[in-house]
Design a protein around this ligand. Sequence first.
Ligand SMILES: Nc1nc2c(ncn2[C@@H]2O[C@H](COP(=O)(O)OP(=O)(O)OP(=O)(O)O)[C@@H](O)[C@H]2O)c(=O)[nH]1
Ligand SMILES: C=C(OP(=O)(O)O)C(=O)O
Length: 230
Amino acid sequence: MLRRRPVHDTIMPVRAQLLSTWQLVVPVKSRHAAKSRLVPPRGISRSDLALAFALDTLSAITDVISADHLIVVTSDDQICAQLRTREVHVVDDPGRGLNPAIEAGIGAALDRNPTAPIGILLGDLPALTPGDLRSALAACAATEAAVVPDWSGQGTVLLTHQEASRLAPRFGHGSALRHGQTARRLDLELPRLRMDVDDLDSLRQVVALGLGRHTAALLQDTDLETEQLA
Ligand SMILES: Nc1nc2c(ncn2[C@@H]2O[C@H](COP(=O)(O)OP(=O)(O)OP(=O)(O)O)[C@@H](O)[C@H]2O)c(=O)[nH]1
Ligand SMILES: C=C(OP(=O)(O)O)C(=O)O
């Protein structure tokens, strides 16, 4: 009996084979409001940590994606200042939460290049390396729509679609399951991509994996083993 293949598993699209074709949208909450679940280690402010996570994520991304293909949705003044000098497109956060922020980013991506494949990558991945991002995008390029879950398998770190206008962001708790209804789930062996930081436990895990330079500098004198679990 012929089995109907799901829509997201049908093609090997040519457009997205080249890294240069992707547009990436990255939402970054204002550092003053971000990471409320993370009890920061003593002597370090939560906002500094949130900013460092975002800067490390963006630093890995800009090694892979050219500035004119990167769209960051944020109201954070420091992120804005750093990105504007690099000619990254910054979209003002509409202030209505994560999915509306991502939708604003998708709108900007569609305005800039409606035919480019799109990826949404969350901005709290301080262990991300350019190599892992390249590998992930190469894997996502092989399917029409893909979701890469976070390390726990519950959340989403990367959501892609060959047609930006068809990408439906449904981020928030348990989003991997929701995204998996319309996108192919890729549990990639890329821990540095999949390690988002929400609490002290995940901060410990990301330290063990290896940190980007902003987060590493902030935590250089900190012994996380002596900190209480959140
Ligand atoms: N622009 C924008 N980005 C957001 C918003 N909410 C979350 N993000 C980003 O989405 C990614 C995942 O964030 P979460 O861990 O879900 O949320 P968070 O607010 O940083 O942390 P919690 O307060 O612990 O929920 C991070 O890059 C956040 O900066 C939002 O309202 N606007
Ligand atoms: C917003 C998400 O992340 P978190 O679970 O870290 O809030 C998500 O996975 O959709």
